[in-house]
Design a protein around this ligand. Structure first.
Ligand code: NAP
Ligand code: GDD
Length: 336
């Protein structure tokens, strides 16, 4: 039986990856951030089941990381722990670097110094490292051009994984993942913020939804498809970096329109910039507004991934479409 260690076990990807690996008969050990009131809602259904356990460890604590890696000597490590909110990273650049950049180096150093020869390493890299790229779609050869403290920290980690692979022969791969969402996506990310608000507005529990940059364009896939790709990367004989993406783009505005359709509300947008509003075409009520509060000091306006390398080498392809993703998120929200 193989043992996988997952950092960031309580997050969206940690939960889906755990389910995926348990189905493949792995023993899964998750690192969970210390907290007086643990945040385990995404993994509560796994806690207490066979071959699943959690260990308290903050990714900023080198000693704890060394002790745990020495005890477990895992076959695979998936480094998903992250301060993952891009907007928040402008307020917390130091912490974001400690977690997203140096946290990765702590794990790489532990593998190297403890001489864990059989351990394969996956790094949660991100499309954000491309920033506002000169060309589209972006692939593994696109120059890095980070536009936020989050992206700069992830770019540093991305480079360090390559450096450890080339300098010390570590089996270490980066998954350059474009946005992926699900019903358990954190509520502070735009897709989940939208699906939650749409249901509340439909029920009359909320008047309107205030958003930031409605024109931002993303390549949105489903997290279940993306965790499968992470595992596929670590099954390769040779470690390498891979883009995982759908190659399809939608604006935040379009996501809003599609989500409201699920509750039979047709929304029409008028005006632009901070004055833009979304109106319920039947009632004439203003149900979407724009607030400067949700704008970032610098935003990535458009991302689109080219996953040809993953398709050719890993035989990975996303199986869940954009409309199925929204349906999954909306159905879960309506049933909650
Ligand atoms: P998420 O839901 O925000 O999960 C992040 C996880 O990291 C949580 O379990 C969180 O714990 C943990 N964490 C945060 N700070 C920590 C620390 N100091 N020590 C230990 N654990 C810590 O993010 P996700 O969507 O699952 O994404 C997983 C990883 O992929 C992240 O690194 C993210 O940056 C990256 N990524 C995500 C996407 C995407 O679209 N989802 C795309 C590309 C890359 P708590 O639950 O206790 O906060
Ligand atoms: N969060 C948020 N809230 N974003 C908003 C809002 C709002 O009210 N209104 C507009 N947006 C815009 C953001 O400015 C951004 O351009 C886009 O919606 C997506 O924002 P997020 O959902 O917060 O995701 P992200 O693209 O910044 O980052 C996510 O994807 C990255 C991969 O590309 C995160 O999961 C990162 O951790 C990940 O690396």
């Amino acid at each position: 039986m193989k043992t996988a260690l997952i950092t960031g076990i309580t997050g969206q990807d940690g939960a889906y990856l755990s389910e995926f690996l348990l189905d493949k008969n792995y023993r899964v050990i998750g690192l969970q951030q210390p907290s007086a009131t643990p945040n385990t809602q995404n993994i509560d259904h796994l806690i207490g089941t066979d071959y699943f356990e959690t260990v308290v460890c903050d990714i900023t604590d080198s000693n704890a990381i060394f002790r745990i890696l020495k005890n477990i000597n895992p076959d695979e490590i998936y480094n998903l722990a992250g301060q993952s909110h891009v907007g928040l990273s402008f307020d917390l650049p130091d912490y974001t670097a400690q977690v997203n950049a140096i946290g990765t180096v702590r794990l790489l150093e532990a593998i190297r110094i403890l001489d864990l020869k059989n351990t394969r390493f996956y790094q949660a890299s991100t499309s954000e490292i491309f920033g506002n790229a000169d060309h589209s779609p972006q692939n593994e050869d696109t120059p890095l051009n980070p536009a936020s403290p989050y992206a700069a920290a992830k770019a540093y980690a991305h480079h360090m994984v390559k450096i450890y692979r080339e300098s010390y022969g570590l089996h270490a791969s980066c998954g350059i993942l474009f946005n992926h969402e699900s019903p358990i996506r954190g509520a502070e990310f735009v897709t989940r913020k939208i699906t939650k608000a749409v249901v509340k507005i439909h029920k009359g529990d909320q008047k309107n939804l205030a958003l930031g940059n409605l024109g931002a364009i993303r390549d949105w896939g489903h997290a279940r498809d993306y965790v499968r790709g992470m595992w596929m990367m670590l099954q390769q004989d040779i470690a390498d970096d891979y883009v995982l993406a759908t190659g399809e783009q939608h604006s935040v505005r379009d996501f809003v329109i599609q989500a409201f359709k699920h509750v039979d509300i047709n929304i029409i947008f008028e005006d632009d910039g901070l004055d833009e509003i979304g109106i319920n075409s039947k009632t004439g009520k203003k149900i979407v507004t724009v607030s400067p509060e949700f704008y970032r000091p610098n935003d990535v306006h458009s991302l689109c991934g080219d996953a040809t390398k993953a398709e050719n080498i890993l035989k990975w392809k996303p199986e869940i479409s954009f409309s199925e993703l929204i349906k999954d998120m909306m159905d879960a929200e309506i049933n909650a």
